[in-house]
Design a protein around this ligand. Sequence first.
Ligand code: C5P
Length: 400
Amino acid sequence: MLTGKKILLAVTGSIAAYKAAFFVRLLVKSGADVKVVMTKAAKDFISPLTLATLSKNPVYSEYFKETTGEWNSHVELGLWADLMIVAPLTANTLAKLANGYCDNLLCATYLSARGPVMIAPAMDLDMYEHPSTRDNLDKLKSYGNILVEAEDGELASGLHGAGRMAEPEHLITHIQDHFEMLSSLKGKKVLITSGPTFEAIDPIRFIGNHSSGKMGAALAEAFVAAGATVSLVSGPSRNYPQTSDKIHLHQVQSAKEMMSGAAALFDDVDIAVFAAAVSDYGPKESATQKIKKSGGSLHLELVPNPDIALELGKTKTSQFTVGFALETNDEKVNAKEKLKKKNFDLIVLNSLNDKGAGFSHDTNKVSIFDKDNNEVSLELKSKKDVAQDIVRIIYDKIKI
Ligand code: C5P
């Protein structure tokens, strides 16, 4: 149900616009308060009168009413909505939204919307597959817009393939899922370790690794989007999450500092995700002054660092814990061993053998294992999408 939810439906000029009538009916039937904004081209496919009657609200299309000069404020519309959904989204409006164009009320409203935006493209199959369309969709996804992919079937052109706007019933399910997700982890406290650790050799040099902190940052944002508050204990990184009063950042350098930061928080959290690439070893002693070149070899004695996940796993009470495994060989076997050894509830495996997965990339390809040997393998996707999937899987596990 969508009782009391304010939904702003943005309709653009595709033949699929005729489905907007059913869609508005379904939204209203689910209890939503619906307003509609449409482009000029959309009005060639469905009349504003139909949508105004079904939504029980005036339909917005122009910046002002010609007869009275009365202003339709895109800012007010954008701020009003709990969710804006652009359905159907044509290739033309997609290109405009992806590039910040603002030549009509719908585009201006999109730019003004502070809340989440869902997009449901509709176009012919070749248009849908065109690299420029895919780039534009990726761009909108990178802004955090939620893409409901077009469905397969017969298209208006007579061709068969992907391009049909998702059916209104499916859109309703996506919207309901979205709101469920938004409140799913409300009030939950989450600890995330993230990034690399730097183990000082002297004041200038350190032992570190290639971890970028992108996965941890994406996870923090995904947890906050699901209503949780996050304590992010992060090693040195150039990729922190967007500032939010729901993310408390604890910056650390070494594994030992990360250990004490995480240990101080662990008892009080509901969920802990160990996404950091912690240096397993650090110099036994760190020189207080720069080590000078001596011409000969330099011997460093390395000693093991605390295994944060392992140590905290031993003290675990009700926390749901998730680990990461980055492997180069015997991936699954190693990941499952770690799941057991570190007392994780889930482990996320990324393999360095997969193109586009692991350090520094914006994308990741992971498989997730639970304690009952269940495995979910996700395709290569953006770290933001992977983070959302991980959060959803955690939610599904803890709600049982
Ligand atoms: O044993 P391995 O380093 O592959 O284990 C990976 C998992 O353990 C990750 O979740 C990582 O964050 C965590 N870990 C840790 N402290 C260490 C080493 C790994 O928390 N010293």
